[in-house]
Design a protein around this ligand. Structure first.
Ligand code: C2O
Ligand code: CU
Length: 429
């Protein structure tokens, strides 16, 4: 066994240079936004020492990592790390892929201010590429003084906080340089609070290699890809010709592309990329006609005091029944509202079985999936031997905060549900 990898992360106020001479008062890890990219290999043990130098409590959630419940970084499984305190996370990395970490307290503010970072876990048979980049997409809502705008308001509670300034790796619309002839792997993370990104790489075809939970069976060629908040995609881009320039956009509104970055293709260089035709062998969790054994209703309710509440099964911050480990879960996520929501399950990967009754075109492991307005998405997942407190929620941070989430426990057979003594949860009952 190799020695653990020790990472020190200090959460603190940071002068965030989003463009030359454009400083924003942010909150970052180790003075960086995004925080340092944590790089490791499958099977490595990570020890992360979080020091909280913020003026308020925080925690870190390891989004997409299939680790033990007590390391999940939510206020259901740990005490908040108070200002001045340190806290140690320790876990082994079970899967190769692209993950990310972010604050899981007062997220609408802490994540907007910059408390997020990427994590790259390499496997033993990763394809060989000419370059491997991480692109963390985000957006900021800046006010007239170029600072992060005041938080809150009914519009944000309804739509989420959609910013007016788009960022890649913390910078406004950077230029990426590529060599002609090269094939690169881009690990794209949508870290925005609420913005849906329909990714386009200059309108050119690219190949989807991996979703949240690792490789597809085989690369899938596409021209655009929806990436909702919380979601990741690893794509293969190139080869391009010398002198080409194009932009990396979100084309959610095709007439009005939103630029995230631009690409300039320089001199040509020898490529040593080798992409196997077969990347993975994903076994379907469901055979034949599976019936759902749980229904998750995403709902909204108008209220006089707060304008709108976001609910799961008629409750804000829903307390959902436990699941038993080893028992296949087939869930219908029913969106009863008039807007889309990105569903995120902590700690486990799922497969999408059906979207509005239709099987998806390819198998994939995910931890986040879009559920369109008035639509139902059926997912399947297997609770493996990691009992404890878990949760799922909408990854539009303002919706999560306004109630669109649920706590549940994974139990061993014969074990009884523990009483929830989570103060956050109790406060909403
Ligand atoms: Cu990125 Cu509770 O999630
Ligand atoms: Cu939502």
């Amino acid at each position: 066994m190799s020695a653990p990898i020790i990472v020190a992360l200090e959460a603190r106020a940071t002068e965030w240079e989003i463009a030359p001479e454009k400083g924003v008062e942010g909150w970052g890890y180790n003075g960086q936004i995004p925080g340092p990219t944590i790089k490791a290999r499958v099977g490595d043990t990570l020890v992360i020492r979080l020091k909280n130098s913020l003026p308020e409590p925080t925690t870190i959630h390891w989004h997409g990592l299939r680790i033990q419940s007590d390391m999940d970084g939510t206020d259901s499984v740990q005490r908040a790390v108070a200002p001045g305190e340190t806290y140690e996370y320790r876990f082994e990395l079970p899967d190769a892929g692209t993950f990310w970490y972010h604050s899981h307290m007062n997220e609408t503010e802490q994540m907007e201010r910059g408390l997020y970072g990427a994590m790259v876990v390499r496997g033993s048979d990763d394809p060989v590429v000419d370059d491997d980049r991480v692109l963390v997409l985000d957006d900021l809502m800046l006010d007239g003084d170029g600072q992060i705008a005041a938080f809150g308001g009914l519009l944000q509670r309804h739509n989420g906080r959609i910013g007016n300034t788009r960022l890649v790796n913390g910078c406004v619309e950077p230029e990426l340089l590529m060599s002609a002839g090269h094939v690169e792997r881009w690990r794209v993370v949508n870290a925005a609070s609420a913005r849906y990104v329909r990714l386009s790489v200059g309108g050119k075809p690219f190949r989807l290699l991996a979703t949240d939970g690792g490789f597809l069976d085989t690369p899938v060629t596409m021209n655009e890809l929806l990436l909702v908040p919380g979601e990741r995609a690893d794509i293969l881009v190139g080869p391009f010709a010398e002198g080409e320039t194009f932009s990396v956009d979100s084309i959610s509104t095709p007439r009005n592309p939103e630029r995230f970055a631009s690409v300039r293709v320089g001199r040509s260089a020898q490529s040593s990329a080798r992409i196997p035709a077969r990347l993975n062998a994903i076994e379907s969790l469901v055979h034949g006609n599976a019936q759902a054994n749980r229904t998750v209703h995403f709902q909204s309710k108008l209220t006089v005091r707060r304008g709108i509440d976001w609910l799961v099964n008629d409750e804000m911050h829903h307390h959902a029944p436990p699941v038993t480990l080893g028992e296949l879960q087939v869930w219908d996520i029913v969106n009863e509202t008039r807007i889309d929501h990105p569903f995120h399950l902590h700690g486990f990967f799922f497969q999408v079985i059906e979207v509005a009754g239709v099987a998806p075109p390819f198998r994939a492991w995910r931890d986040t999936v879009n559920v369109q307005a008035s639509q139902t998405v059926r997912i399947a997942w297997m609770p493996d031997d990691r009992p404890g407190e878990w949760m799922y929620h909408c990854h539009i941070l303002e919706h999560h905060a306004a109630g669109m989430m649920a706590h549940f426990q994974v139990l061993r057979a014969g074990e009884h549900e523990r009483v929830m003594d989570n103060p956050h949860h109790a406060a909403h009952r």
